[in-house]
Design a protein around this ligand. Sequence first.
Ligand SMILES: [Zn+2]
Length: 169
Amino acid sequence: MSNVFSYIKKQLKIENVIRENARSLTETGEYLKCNCPFCDKDENLSMTVCEPKQIFYCFKCHIGGDVITFIANLFGMTQLEAAAFLEEKYEINIPGELLRSIKESKDEEALYFEKMFRKNAKRIMGLLNEEGKQRYAEYMEQHIKDMREVYSHYSADVFKKYLGDSDGQ
Ligand SMILES: [Zn+2]
């Protein structure tokens, strides 16, 4: 997922996104400054935007980070939702190849953990009586189901759902 985030960040200029969402973006020497949209009625240009590093920081409320963090804080979104929001709003096309590679690596990771868990479970089963074995088997299946669920949220498929199938496939 971090590859998708960095791809989105590379397609955007943080100063443009902040200009659209904050008041009085002005150049002051090396940095850009603006009224912080997170501080209540900030009139002091508390927020600094560093163009070369593509980050922002507010000296009053101490919120800072990249463009995804800015949007996440502004709209109360998760990082993933903020990334999807930016992708849609600024019409960024994430290459299908990038999404596929993320999905593949996550699927591999999920399979690895499932294998490890089943191996461990076998050892634990050896220590249990019949009733314990049965109950443990039920618990194990539920745990694996939960684990798959967690991984499916990380997968690119879910991310693409957020993005509304933007690469047109
Ligand atoms: Zn602030």
